[in-house]
Design a protein around this ligand. Structure first.
Ligand code: G6P
Length: 614
């Protein structure tokens, strides 16, 4: 969701910005633009609705010379997607150009005040208010750009990551952040700026994550300066990036999503590395070990997350309740933050987020901290905001996930939650050494078992052709596979735009059963578990109403295989590990149906990978 790129240095500025925008495409956007300042200090802005390739086509005959530049992909919030509303935005006299990620909540009040002072506006965006405000302050106070930015940010409520160029200053970028990500890459006599490190990973491994309320001043030939809103210098913490360029490429697959589905044996292996030791007899989760007293004393766990991460959270509830005998609540972060949550020092709040930047999850964390809870983060992106805002946590280490629809991050999150439940259960005495050894052994085999599941690829591809034109789908499961069914349905709707609903199988008879007919297929997730016999009767109820059934069952299944129209067999694993195994056929089914429909699976319409606004 909105991407920022900036570059100051001796390379081809336009080329770096465009490549960077392409890298950030996965975040989701609907228009793009670039501001280039020529060595003589002329400030040019070019913008185009649609893909970055449209911007490139638009720029073909333009003056692309530059010593410094900033660029942006916009995901519309205030004002429709259009050339005009795209960033960068000029200030009234054209002396400043600004890109912004986030939302300015009090933009209306600020805009009215500026209009009263004679400033006119040319777009519907909240961002234009910010650039006009900065210019207005600069002109009225006769101050420098840095002072004007600082003063303007003091008046702004909301979330922002910004970068500003000033006409006549081709040696400088001024940037700032609050609640929206921004990272600076430091090279030899050059600076990179971006929403995440992917645009500059091939140029430098030295990164500085800008913190909330910090203003960054990048000047050619000078070291990076960071200032807080009180104009005090803050420390520049340089982090070594652990990201390689090959992780950001498709590696021979037609889409990132397919690559990421097939990477899962390797990503689960990476996620496990060093955490399940002594042949499965011991779970080593530093975040839990460092906070044993907290996990021992906890009276309740509250999980907050959004989207796919919320589904992983729901699985976390089943795992923690079974293995730790602790009550668990799972909340959408967006609801939790406004629901007067009753949280206190006896609670542990677990925040789950692939990107580590989801605005609602970040806000939920802040509330939980204010109320005295211990907050534990489960995230994928090292150095992102959520790991920094939480007291402790665990990275899932599945590598960059580029496809907007989450796949390998979901299985990584579920695996970390499984390890956490086992480690905490062992600590609290609800899981024996023998149980750890038994489940630990199975967990170590998961990468191999997932490889086995991926062999269903051809069968699922074939099957997808039969269901490409279905208009509705029902996904049913019970127990551990109820959240899996929810996730299966979400995957399908995200990328194929087919309406799909996930439901606890037994609840179907309280409503959705009315929808079932020959045109509404059901995917039923029914591995051999303690609810198997129960789900058999749910399957019969669907069949009796003429619905067709795709069943995901354990190898050797007899009952459901007789009733279902199509059967996908997965390896037998202990009940609490089934979600990792059963979710994979559903990922493939969604992928192939979307491909058959000619959809853009990696960048589905309207969706964003990193949801940095409310
Ligand atoms: C967006 C993405 C989803 C993701 C959700 C939560 O909606 O498209 O794939 O599950 O945000 O993101 P997070 O980064 O917090 O896991």
């Amino acid at each position: 969701m909105c991407g920022i790129v900036g570059y100051l240095g001796g390379r081809d500025v336009y080329d770096i910005l465009i490549k960077g925008l392409h890298r950030l495409e996965y975040r989701g956007y609907d228009s793009a633009g670039v501001a280039l300042e020529t060595p003589e200090g002329k400030l040019n802005v070019y913008k185009a609705m649609g893909k970055v390739s449209n911007l490139e086509a638009f720029c073909r005959d333009k003056d692309l010379r530059a010593s410094v530049g900033i660029a942006h992909t916009r995901w519309a919030t205030h004002g429709e997607p259009s050339d005009n509303n795209a960033h960068p935005h000029y200030s009234e006299d054209g002396n400043l150009a600004l890109v912004h990620n986030g939302t300015i909540e009090n933009y209306k009040v600020l805009k009215d005040a500026l209009m009263q002072h004679g400033v006119s506006f040319h777009t519907e965006t909240d961002t234009e208010v910010l650039v006009q405000l900065i210019e207005y302050i600069k002109l009225t106070n006769g101050c420098t750009l840095i002072e004007a930015v600082r003063e303007a940010l003091g008046q702004v409520q909301g979330a922002y990551a910004i970068a500003v160029l000033e006409k006549g200053h081709p040696e400088q970028i001024v940037a700032a952040r609050k609640s929206s990500p921004l990272v600076i890459g430091i090279g030899e006599d050059e600076f990179f700026l971006a929403s995440d490190a992917t645009p500059f990973v091939e140029y430098t491994k030295e990164a500085v994550y800008v913190k909330d309320d910090e203003i960054a001043v990048m000047r050619r030939g000078e070291p990076l300066r960071l200032l807080n809103l009180k104009n005090e210098e803050t420390t520049v913490d340089v982090t070594e990036l652990n990201l390689s360029i090959s992780q950001l490429e498709k590696g021979g697959y037609p889409h990132f999503m397919l690559k990421e589905i097939f990477e899962q044996p390797a990503t689960l292996h990476d996620c496990l590395r060093g955490r399940v030791v002594e042949h499965g007899r011991r779970i080593v989760l530093a975040g839990v070990m460092d906070n044993e007293d907290k996990f021992r004393a906890a009276k309740r766990i509250v999980i907050v997350a959004c989207g796919t991460s919320w589904h992983a959270g729901l699985l976390g509830k089943y795992l923690i309740q079974e293995l730790c005998h602790l009550p668990v609540e799972v909340e959408y972060a967006s609801e939790f933050r406004y629901n007067n949550p009753v949280i206190g020092p006896d609670d542990i709040v677990i925040a789950i987020s692939q990107s580590g930047e989801t605005a609602d999850t970040l806000a939920a964390i802040q509330i939980a901290r204010q109320k005295g809870a211990f907050v534990y983060g489960i995230s994928n992106v090292v150095g992102s905001s959520i790991p920094r805002e939480t007291h402790s946590g665990t990275y899932i280490h599945v590598g960059p996930e580029i496809g907007v629809a989450s796949t390998k991050a979901f299985t990584g999150q579920v695996l970390v939650l499984t390890l956490l439940a086992l480690a905490v259960g062992h600590l609290r005495g609800t899981v024996s050494d023998q149980q750890v050894a038994e489940l630990g052994g199975w967990i170590l085999r998961l990468p191999t078992l997932v490889k086995e599941v991926l062999k269903l690829d051809k069968k699922i591809k074939h099957l997808s052709a039969i269901y490409t034109y279905a208009r509705n789908f029902l996904y049913l499961g019970r127990g551990y596979n109820y959240p899996t069914a929810l996730e299966g349905a979400l995957k399908l709707k995200e990328i194929s735009y087919i309406h799909a609903e996930g439901y606890p199988a037994a609840e179907m008879k309280h409503g959705p059963i009315a929808l079932i007919d020959a045109d509404m297929p059901s995917v039923i997730v029914a591995p051999s578990d303690h609810l198997y016999d129960k789900i058999v009767s749910n399957v019969q109820q669907v069949k009796a109403r003429g619905g067709s059934i795709i069943a995901i069952v354990s190898k050797g299944d007899t009952e459901i295989s007789k009733i279902a129209d199509h059967v996908l067999e997965v390896p037998v694993v202990p009940e609490c590990l089934t979600p990792i195994i059963t979710s994979i056929p559903m990922q493939l089914l969604s992928y192939y149906i979307a491909i058959n429909k000619g959809k853009d699976v990696d960048m589905p319409r309207n969706l964003a990978k990193s949801v940095t606004v409310e």
